[in-house]
Design a protein around this ligand. Structure first.
Ligand code: 5RP
Length: 218
């Protein structure tokens, strides 16, 4: 099975979490795109979906799934998203697609967060994948120096602007043995909008697809 087949398998497994009348929070990325495809088949049973990016919004519109705004819906019963890395403890690195801030807001506003991944994303310790940090443009250089002081090696994501008009520093070489502490420490740097560690609000469930089938971690 190739990576896309595994992503599709994880995404389709999450469909059983979708109940009649729900408003579903929707993450961003290739795995979530498979989930949107699956959600299309039950679109008449749900009230709608709240996207975490312009890309997911477009995909929902194409799938004829009603797009709703978080400011109008209030908190959500369910959020489904992928990840760049995940641990057995359900701590995540996200933001490879640059949608981390809206993803973090919707995850925080959701009662249940299901994370769908293929098994290549499961790691013992986070950090082989560089940690995305969303920064307001005028603070880029200052925040980069602060990330270096934390032991990181930030790289400016070239030719990329987030849906919020900001830039991304992909930060290598961080020690992420205590993800919750580091998440807070980086978020405390003035100019940081948020970082891609999802530990304070981690996933409630991982659905992991591998060649031998699905594994669930609650
Ligand atoms: C986007 C994300 C994605 O969830 C993450 O990058 C995983 O993407 P994919 O499913 O394409 O591997 O955080 O900001």
């Amino acid at each position: 099975m190739n990576a896309d087949q595994l992503k599709k398998m994880a995404a389709e497994a999450a469909l059983s979490e979708v109940k009649d009348g729900m408003i579903v929070g929707i993450g961003t990325g290739s795995t979530v795109n498979f989930f949107i495809d699956a959600l299309q088949s039950v679109r008449h049973r749900i009230e709608g979906a709240v996207p975490s990016s312009a890309a997911s919004r477009e995909r929902l519109i194409t799938a004829e799934i009603p797009v709703l705004e978080l400011n109008v819906t209030g908190n959500l019963p369910l959020y489904v998203d992928g990840a760049d890395e995940a641990t057995q403890h359900r701590d995540l690195i996200k933001g490879g697609g640059g949608a981390l801030t809206q993803e973090k807001v919707i995850a925080a506003a959701s009662q249940r967060f299901i994370c769908i991944i293929d098994q290549s994303k499961l790691v013992d310790i986070l950090g082989a994948f560089p940690l995305p940090v969303e920064v307001i443009p005028m603070a880029r250089s200052y925040v980069a120096r602060q990330l270096v002081a934390l032991g990181g090696t930030p790289a400016y994501r070239m030719d990329f602007v987030t849906d919020n008009g900001n830039v991304i520093l992909d930060t290598h070489n961080l020690d992420i043995s205590r993800p919750g502490e580091l998440e807070q420490q980086i978020n405390n740097i003035p100019g940081v909008v948020t970082n891609g560690l999802f530990s304070q609000r981690k996933a409630d469930q991982l659905i992991i697809a591998g060649p031998d089938g699905l594994k669930i971690i609650d």
